[in-house]
Design a protein. Structure first.
Lengths: 129, 281
């Protein structure tokens, strides 16, 4: 019994066990939060929501980017993707000929659910001519 | 006056100690700066050629590690390295302990066997890589875990670490075990190995480090990306991701971290194992 306690208490057991526990906890967290949902809002230069804008999601690699999805904003300027499988994406909103800058979104794991903190801002839209 | 004279040697000794510590701190800092720079660059997105360089990380984040994890088959490389290292460690412990024990016994040509092993240490692996490859191919172990670990299953230096450790155990103890009816294998397992923790730790660390860092052998015998180990992955990464310094350094940290953890866990026994071998001469 004492010998087992000594073995289990040694750093060769404690450190790998602690690492395994951290990995397990992280994987549980990932499983519970990986539905591929990316949500946000599109506003114009005045900060008002833009309805009917097209939002495109690009999947990034170090050297390539691929268009992975498109959706439109609702009456409150909100959009939502539900099938993002990447961890590194770019979003861009287009309304007519006006576009927003591309916003890079880095996620902690693939398909992480994420609500954008800042809205996509379409330059020039709604501003006085 | 006399009192002042008495304090002078103490002050001088303290000054010497302080100077020695200062020198050690400076040398340690010089050795740790490259590690710091690698870690700092891996957690920032700054280019390594940026001028002036920032001493402290600006806007630190861990996203480069996420990129490395997903944009190359890192989990697969990691798994391959872990499996190959585990096989190498197991092989080293079993084969080196047996060989080390054999060298402590008296048998005809024992001295010549030791000399032959020692002389083989002088032959670099690069010189024997072709025969090693042909033997591995004949065994049908190309592109397999066992084939990857094969040249590291037993290493001569570790055999001598075990030999030195076993020779330090009193002969009377071994004779007593023999009188009690224990055979050679049980003497090795029940008497010698429990008394040779430092040698075991040294074997584990050296086998792990050599296997983990091995580049040439996996490069030669792997045929598919799915069998490649981390050093090969690093080379592959470097070949087509040359403009992503932070991700590259994140990869380096991820390759180094397991080795550092294993070393830190076993460093006390490791140092003891090496120095006991040295003291034995």
């Amino acid at each position: 019994m004492r010998r087992w306690r000594q073995v289990l208490g040694s750093r060769f057991v404690v450190v790998p066990a602690a690492l395994a526990a951290i990995v397990l906890a992280w994987n549980i967290y990932v499983t519970l939060n990986a539905h591929g949902i990316v949500a946000g809002e599109v506003v114009n230069a005045a900060g008002r929501p833009v309805a009917g804008a097209t939002v495109t999601l690009y999947r990034l690699n170090f050297i390539t980017e691929v268009q992975a999805g498109q959706t439109r904003t609702d009456a409150r300027g909100r959009f939502r993707f539900t099938d993002n499988h990447s961890h590194l994406i770019e979003l861009q909103a287009v309304e007519g000929k006006r576009t927003s800058p591309r916003v890079t979104v880095r996620l902690w794991f693939r398909a992480q659910d994420r609500a954008l903190g800042k809205p996509l801002r379409i330059a020039g839209s709604g501003a006085p001519a | 006056m006399a009192e002042r004279k008495r304090t002078h040697p103490a002050l001088a000794r303290r000054g010497t100690v302080a100077l020695r510590h200062l020198a050690l701190v400076l040398v340690s800092a010089a050795m740790l700066v490259p590690f710091y720079w690698v870690i700092k660059t891996s957690i920032t997105d700054e280019n390594i050629f940026a001028y002036p360089p920032h001493l402290l990380p600006t806007d630190p984040n861990l996203f480069s590690y996420v990129d490395v994890w997903y944009l190359i088959p890192f989990p697969r490389f990691l798994w391959n390295s872990v499996v190959v290292s585990a096989i190498a460690i197991a092989g080293n412990l079993v084969l080196n302990a047996l060989a080390g024990y054999a060298l402590t016994r008296n048998f005809p040509g024992q001295r010549w066997a030791s000399l032959l092993l020692l002389s083989c240490m002088m032959i670099p692996f690069q010189a024997t890589v072709i025969p090693a490859y042909l033997i591995t191919a004949k065994l049908g172990l190309l592109n397999s875990y066992l084939g990857l670990a094969l040249p590291l299953l037993s290493t001569i230096i570790c055999i001598f670490v075990f030999k030195a450790s076993f020779e330090a155990v009193p002969r009377s103890l071994i004779e007593a075990a023999r009188i009690d009816g224990l055979g050679d294998l049980r003497i090795l397992w029940r008497v010698l190995l429990p008394l040779s923790r430092a040698a075991v730790a040294t074997n584990v660390i050296l086998a792990f480090t050599w296997s983990w860092n091995n580049f040439l052998w996996p490069l030669i015998i792997t045929r598919t990306v799915s069998m490649q180990t981390l050093p090969l992955g690093l080379a592959r990464f470097l070949s087509y991701m040359e403009n992503t310094t932070s991700a590259l350094y994140a990869f380096v940290v991820m390759v180094l971290a397991p080795g550092i953890v294993v070393f830190l866990m076993a460093q006390k026994d490791f140092i003891r194992g090496l120095t006991s071998g040295a003291a034995k001469g």
